[in-house]
Design a protein around this ligand. Sequence first.
Ligand SMILES: Nc1ncnc2c1ncn2[C@@H]1O[C@H](COP(=O)(O)OP(=O)(O)OP(=O)(O)O)[C@@H](O)[C@H]1O
Length: 566
Amino acid sequence: MQIIAMDAYLSTTLRQPLSFVTPAPSFSQSRLDKGRPVSMTVATTAALGDVPPSVKSATATFVHGSTPRSCAADLRLGAPATPSSPCSAASYGLTAAAPSSLDDEMADAFATPPPTTRIGTAVATSSVRGTLNPLILDSSPSNGRLPSKKAKTKANDAMPLTPPLTPPYEQHPSLLPAAELPTSPSPPPRPITVSGRALQHHRLHPLFASTYTLCEELGSGGFGFVVRAERNVDSLSVAVKFIERAKIPSHAWVKSRSWGDTPGLTQPTGPKLIPMEAFVLRSIRHDGVVRFMDLFEDERYFYLVMEHHGSPWQIPDKHAPAEVDSVSPSPVSVAMSPTISSTWPRIAPGQQQTLTPTSSPTMSASTLPSPSSPTPKLLSPPRPAPMERRSSCDLFECIEAYSRFDEATAKYVFAQIVEIVYALGQMGICHRDIKDENLAIDAKFRVKLIDFGSAVIFDPRQPSPFYQRFHGTQSFAAAEILCGEPYQAPPSEVWSLGVLLSILCTGECPFADAEAAKVGRLSRPKVRVSPEIDHLMRACLEVDVAKRITVSQIRRHPWLSSFFSR
Ligand SMILES: Nc1ncnc2c1ncn2[C@@H]1O[C@H](COP(=O)(O)OP(=O)(O)OP(=O)(O)O)[C@@H](O)[C@H]1O
């Protein structure tokens, strides 16, 4: 068990390079992988260490919320660290190389819950999805396209989650909720969400319960689930991530002295054990990152209260005026359709393009909550049960709604993400799981990064440490990670940016499968992109780490430089 003592580290302005967080490599399958050929043998069963085989076999069937998002398989990389790398002395994953002054704190780390990895959640949610081979993630071919809404509907059917109550019911009587069908004698019991199931008999922290009212579920994943809540005093909308203690891997705990003034924590006085995710989020102040607000704990969960960002993604009503940001106009904007182009945020003349609408209009307006959702401000019970599932506000949903972005929108979104990654890098923080699912986006295409469960902190003035374990997502993983080599976080993050750029501009992953990614064999995109985008994408997806573009260079790339020089 390794607990990281961080306060001294941060207060000494990151003097030492820390290679203490070396999470287990996780070849996760993003929602983007769904329906795309992903065939990849990542490790032998033996390499999975002491994870029981039953757990391993469940990992490939992971279902994330109402949508299969990530098939997480925590795997050890095959290759050992090079002798010269900062983590060469580290055994796989759980070794901390914290500054020696912190050793005392680390030594008396008290026992934490048994470290289960994200695999654990997969076990809990996998049964309805059938069984896949855990080591060969192989899904049916669909030419690298984004998963269709149809596929998502199927996923919803498979999961006992609240079905989306999507208008227009008039055109689709078959979509009427059962309770409204005249032929239905008695309505079936309302399906319950992941959070509803988990919390309906759970006694919430009293201070939390009196401060917030839980509303709809925003998502669920490897560590727990995320629920929207409202602060009772002013109805401020917040996102609360319930992180299951038992699912926090041993390396993702931080021992910290600076949480003494957090009333939601019930640990005795002295240093507190905090999930790395909460620790990192609290130390970041950036417009492109959701703001940390509070932390509570009980015997089962940490409740990470943070800024709620984003709009439930849907195709805007073509005849309704779109929102315009009157306070801070977007540098670029989008014409959703010719009908509303004048009301949607403006772009430079001649740049307007129409976004490609999604294939399934019936699923497009999936704005939840349902009519039954208005949340009473009650302290007891503090939440409606079962909670409704609300459509996600992340970039994955946004892209899925539009298939792909026009160049101006892609540039606006991508530039923001680059800026966030750059700013975090300056602070010595790498997110390590940059992907569309981890970017909340609002109706004005402003993005904020979420989910710092895989983040690492290092000294930005030192050469970045090498890591052996990877907790990110397979389709966004850099070639060196897929090849099982020790990797540095900043260049591997640039690779993820390249994948994201491809998805933004073409709606497709740039590689057919992991084997292609390992050697940098790009697929021919169905949509032609401009030579500048193509150049930037290739520079990010350079297999040779030494030749790969850096985040600073991305900011100066001709395609983006105009954005950053304004
Ligand atoms: N602050 C937020 N504002 C808006 N939506 C959010 C916020 N935090 C999380 N969500 C929604 O909840 C989903 C799950 O959140 P998150 O990725 O943090 O959970 P997770 O359990 O770590 O998932 P995973 O295991 O896939 O990483 C997100 O994809 C997003 O749609």
